[in-house]
Ligand binder design. Structure first.
Ligand code: MV4
Length: 450
């Protein structure tokens, strides 16, 4: 087992990792930018090293500084959390070369999943359902038009280096394919330096359902059930829940098997997530594989009673997993509380939290790094906390969420709490009739102001 882990991250996830390390008897090293000197992760870790100025590119993303911090503190592993360097193949490789265990995927796995078109081919070859479309990359506009004719409109053009919606265009006809061919490629080239595109049949009003998996160094892979992340705005998840209200026992078995196949296909080590699109007839298709711990791992922990960070660390140190698949017990919902103004296009609202009071009681979990007097810096993402409720049924978890949101006091900055309060009241949400289209169609501003 590791003696000392450096946490290459900040905020709630840095605290989350420190807590598990403490329970496992592993020493911790925090790294921080000048803007985070007063952060709790700095205070709670056994040691802390300043790695640069406020800007991420000069601190949390600066590989040489992080490696140097690991070496001077004699850390034997690095946990990257999510975001920042968590899916950076080069960083994973440099850790390897310096004899530091990267608690995450191997460089070749990150690279393989980072290129969406080749990831799709890997999955298709492994027998995981994929969306009908081009074989690999589109060669030309003529090729794109030909593929679109074969699979039938509507189609979607996607950047192979993409993810999160960048360089992605829905096309209803040939004219739109022509426009997308130049605009999407331009966007992808500017964003990723890679304008490779592929095409798929457009799935109308899909659900985003992802399966948590774990794989060990001995080649065993298991699934830890699903999360429904269909409540998204511009590819930002706002609410996640498990089990999915759309799930059936039969579908979970099929999707779980597919996710395990996906993990085995890349000899996956660690915890990861296989994302699927699910259509109204419960056909499901591989979308992406994430090779990191995710923001929403919390809800899975609550329904399977399992510490996923602990599992990550155990796997990285070579301990085998049990190999058993998990069914969710009860229901968990997570609302992301962001320092953003939902009435103003979710514009970030950094600044000082003047008053802070957390909800409590049975079935409430809050993962956060903030406290009264904390100043949310403008340099990083705007998540303040994750509010999770756990109950025996979905209905009870929603009721508990309404109660908790009502108790939550955060003053000094605008937050997404009022948005979540309105969402919890929505009949479509309460009925679990949620697709990725839901937030586009719901006039939440009108409901929030009435
Ligand atoms: C799709 C799709 C419909 N059909 N692919 C969005 C992010 C990227 N990872 C894949 N995405 C989509 N791919 C086909 N063939 C619809 C989306 C999509 C979406 C997916 C998951 C969650 C939210 C979404 C919001 C808009 C579009």
């Amino acid at each position: 087992m590791f003696n000392k882990i450096l946490i290459a991250n900040r905020g709630e996830i840095a605290l989350r990792i420190i807590r598990t390390c403490r329970e496992m008897g592993i020493k911790t090293v925090a790294v921080y930018s000048k803007a985070d000197a007063d952060s709790l992760h700095v205070r709670f870790a056994d040691e802390a090293v300043c790695i640069g100025p406020a800007s991420s590119s000069e601190s949390y993303l600066r590989i040489p500084n992080i490696i140097a911090a690991a070496e001077i503190t004699n850390s034997d592993a690095i946990h990257p959390g999510y975001g920042f360097l968590s899916e950076n193949a080069k960083f994973s490789k440099i850790c390897q070369e310096n004899g530091i265990k990267f608690i995450g995927a191997l460089p070749e796995q990150i690279e393989g999943m980072g290129d969406k078109s080749s990831a799709k081919k890997t999955m298709k070859d492994a027998g995981v359902p994929t969306i009908p479309g081009s074989e690999g990359l589109l060669e030309s506009l003529e090729d794109a038009i030909k593929v679109a004719k074969e699979i039938g409109y509507p189609v979607i053009m996607k950047a192979t280096a993409g993810g999160g919606g960048k360089g992605m265009r829905m096309c209803a006809n040939e004219e739109e394919v022509k426009i997308a061919w130049s605009s999407a490629r331009k966007e992808a080239l500017a964003a990723f330096g890679n304008d490779g595109m592929y095409m798929e049949k457009f799935i109308v009003e899909p659900r985003h359902i992802e399966i948590q998996i774990a794989g060990d160094q001995q080649g065993k892979v298991c699934h830890l059930s699903e999360r429904d992340c269909s409540v998204q705005r511009r590819h930002q998840k706002l609410v996640e829940e498990t089990p999915s209200p759309f799930m059936t026992k039969e579908l979970r078995k099929k999707m779980g098997d597919a996710a395990i196949k996906a993990g085995k296909a890349v000899r996956y080590e660690g915890v990861g997530t296989v994302e699927f699109l699910v259509d109204k007839d419960r056909n499901f298709y591989f979308m992406e594989m994430n090779t990191r711990i995710q923001v929403e791992h919390t809800i899975t922990e609550e329904v399977i009673n399992y510490d996923l960070i602990k599992e990550q660390i155990k796997i990285a140190s070579g301990i085998p997993i049990s190999g058993k698949n998990y069914e969710p017990v009860g229901h968990a919902i997570q609302c992301r509380i962001n320092a953003e103004d939902p009435l103003n296009d979710f514009r970030p609202s950094p600044g000082k939290i003047t008053e802070y009071h957390e909800p409590g009681g049975h079935g409430i979990r809050i993962d956060t790094h903030v406290y009264a007097g904390y100043v949310i810096p403008p340099f990083y993402d705007s998540m303040i906390s994750k509010l999770i409720t756990v109950a025996q049924t979905r209905e009870e978890a929603i009721t508990k969420m309404e109660r908790a949101l009502g108790e939550y006091i955060i003053e000094g900055v605008k937050t997404t709490i009022p948005f979540h309060q309105e969402l919890m009241k929505q009949p479509k949400f309460r009925d679990g009739k949620i697709t990725t289209k839901f937030l586009e169609e719901w006039d939440f501003k009108k409901d929030m102001m009435s």
